[in-house]
Each structure stands twice: as structure tokens, then as C-alpha cells.
Design a protein around this ligand. Structure first.
Ligand code: ADP
Ligand code: MG
Length: 265
């Protein structure tokens, strides 16, 4: 079998706090094949953002291993793209120049013209043609998130990490963004990890959903989503989707200690 692009093996980690160590991850295992898109769901505070920091190399776990493309992660890498709930766009730069930023930081060898063309292409892909010269504050929240998404993939990162990127958007905007995500993945394939609270989002976007248990967190359940790839929003209203959502809800209840584990059989 091919080696997974992201391979997290039995990771344990505790934060050092004034009150002593705070265990956050306790045996977390996750593997994502090249081109895979895994959603991670779990109760608030269970260590999802911690997991993203481990993949990005911003933190090294106390125990266990994090591997990216066959290399042990030992520090930050520019080959990881990240997007968060609150897009951190620089107000003194135009939208175009915000998207170009990673290309200016990472040595790509691209000419200024090529950098600009790539940024313009991505902005057109997410429906932001015509907004290149605007400042971030002139855009709506959904548009800023689209621009942020472009910036996170402009340098073709090996891995794209999305930490609740659509969490602050209204339901309609969010569904639009989901469709945009499918379009982006089709045109600009990536290997991704999506952190989300929204179970419908997880099955609509990802090909696998990993449920983390409570605190400290471990991998509680892994659900494969059949037929990944571009899909219609209507697929969320099929009996098959309802069944997947019920399974995930149930697993989260177990993770929160609210349902007996035997009931999963
Ligand atoms: P999630 O993203 O699932 O909500 P986090 O990974 O942000 O969870 O945090 C997991 C736990 O670790 C929480 O209890 C949080 O308060 C704590 N935590 C997060 N970052 C730190 C830190 N730098 N120092 C101490 N505790 C932290
Ligand atoms: Mg978080």
C-alpha cells in the first residue's frame, strides 16, 4: 500500500500550565493518503487545533510521531497551507497582493508576473474576479474567506489545513463555500485536513471523517464517505447521508460520554 502523505502515530501531548501538565492528546492516530481529504470532528477543547499545529510542525508532540511525505516533522514547513475561522488578511494590501503573499515568502522562483497570474487565476476560481484591487475590509466575510482559501493554496502546499474555516459564516454562505471547495479541489488537487463542528460539512467535503473523543483526545471513530468528489448539495438530503450523520452524532455522544459504547455494535 502507498505510504500515507500524513501519518500521525499514537501521538500524546500535554500542555505545560501553571497548574501542571494538561493532557490534550492521548493516543491520536490519523493517516491521510495523497489527495485525501479528512475531516476531524470532536467536542470543543478536545485538541483539534492542537492537531493542526502538530501537522504544521508548529509543535512537536511529547510522544508519538508525525510524518509528512515520508519525513518526520521536526519543525515548521512552508509546504503546509493553513486557513482559519477568522481570515488573517493584511488590510494594507489589496486582495490580489494578499493572495500573492506566500509566493513572496516561499522561494518559488516564479516571476512577479507569474505570481500575479496565479493569484488572479485562483481568485477567478473562487468567484472573486473583479475584486483583486479591493482591500479586505471592502469584502464580505464569505468573500474574505474565499480570498484566504486562495492564499492558503497559492504556493501549492503539500498539505492544506483548514481549521473551522466556515464556522463564522451564515448557512447560505457556508453552502456556497462548500461548493467552491469542491471546485477548488477538482482544479487544484490537494491533500487536506478539515477541522469542523458541522457534521454535514464533514460528509459533504471530506472522503473520511475522524471523530475524536473527549479530553484527552484519542481517535474514537473513522467513517468513510463513499463517492467522494464533486457532489450536489442535494446529496446531503439522501437516506445514505442521513445514516452517516446519525452514525457521527452517535459517535460524538459516546465521545462526550453521553451514550453507552455498546450501542454502536
Ligand atoms: P479544539 O481546537 O478542539 O477546541 P484545542 O486544541 O484548541 O482544542 O485545545 C485543547 C485543550 O488544550 C483546551 O483545553 C485548551 O484550553 C488547551 N490549550 C490549547 N492551547 C494551549 C496552550 N498553548 N497552553 C495551554 N493549554 C492549551
Ligand atoms: Mg480549535
Amino acid at each position: 500500500m502507498d505510504q500515507p502523505l500524513i501519518d500521525i502515530k499514537d501521538v500524546r501531548h500535554a500542555y505545560k500550565t501553571d497548574k501542571g501538565p494538561l493532557p490534550v492528546l492521548d493516543g491520536l492516530t490519523l493517516s491521510v493518503p495523497e489527495g485525501g481529504f479528512v475531516a476531524v470532528v470532536g467536542p470543543s477543547g478536545c485538541g483539534k487545533s492542537t492537531l493542526t499545529r502538530l501537522i504544521a510542525g508548529l509543535m512537536i508532540p511529547d510522544e508519538g510521531e508525525v510524518w509528512l511525505h515520508g519525513k518526520r516533522v521536526k519543525g515548521p514547513r512552508s509546504t503546509v497551507g493553513m486557513a482559519f475561522q477568522n481570515p488573517v488578511l493584511l488590510e494594507w494590501r489589496s486582495i490580489l497582493r494578499n493572495v500573492m503573499l506566500p509566493l513572496e515568502i516561499v522561494a518559488t522562483g516564479m516571476s512577479k508576473k507569474d505570481q500575479e497570474d496565479r493569484a488572479r487565476y485562483l481568485l477567478s476560481l473562487v468567484g472573486l474576479s473583479g475584486f483583486e484591487d479591493k482591500r479586505p475590509s471592502e469584502l464580505s466575510g464569505g468573500m474574505r474567506q474565499r480570498a484566504s482559501l486562495c492564499r492558503s493554496i497559492v504556493h501549492k502546499p503539500e498539505v492544506l489545513i483548514l481549521d473551522e474555516p466556515f464556522g463564522a459564516l451564515d448557512a447560505f454562505t457556508r453552502e456556497d463555500l462548500w461548493q467552491t471547495m469542491h471546485k477548488v479541489k477538482e482544479k487544484e488537487p490537494f491533500t487536506g485536513v478539515l477541522i469542523t463542528h458541522d457534521l454535514r460539512e464533514s460528509i459533504y467535503l471530506a472522503d473520511q471523517v475522524v471523530v475524536l473523543s473527549g479530553r484527552p483526545a484519542r481517535t474514537q471513530h473513522v467513517l468513510d464517505v463513499p463517492d467522494p468528489g464533486p457532489r450536489d448539495i442535494e446529496t446531503l438530503y439522501t437516506p445514505q447521508a442521513a445514516e452517516m450523520l446519525a452514525t457521527l452524532r452517535h459517535q460524538i455522544q459516546i465521545a462526550q460520554g453521553r451514550a453507552p459504547e455498546e450501542a454502536t455494535a
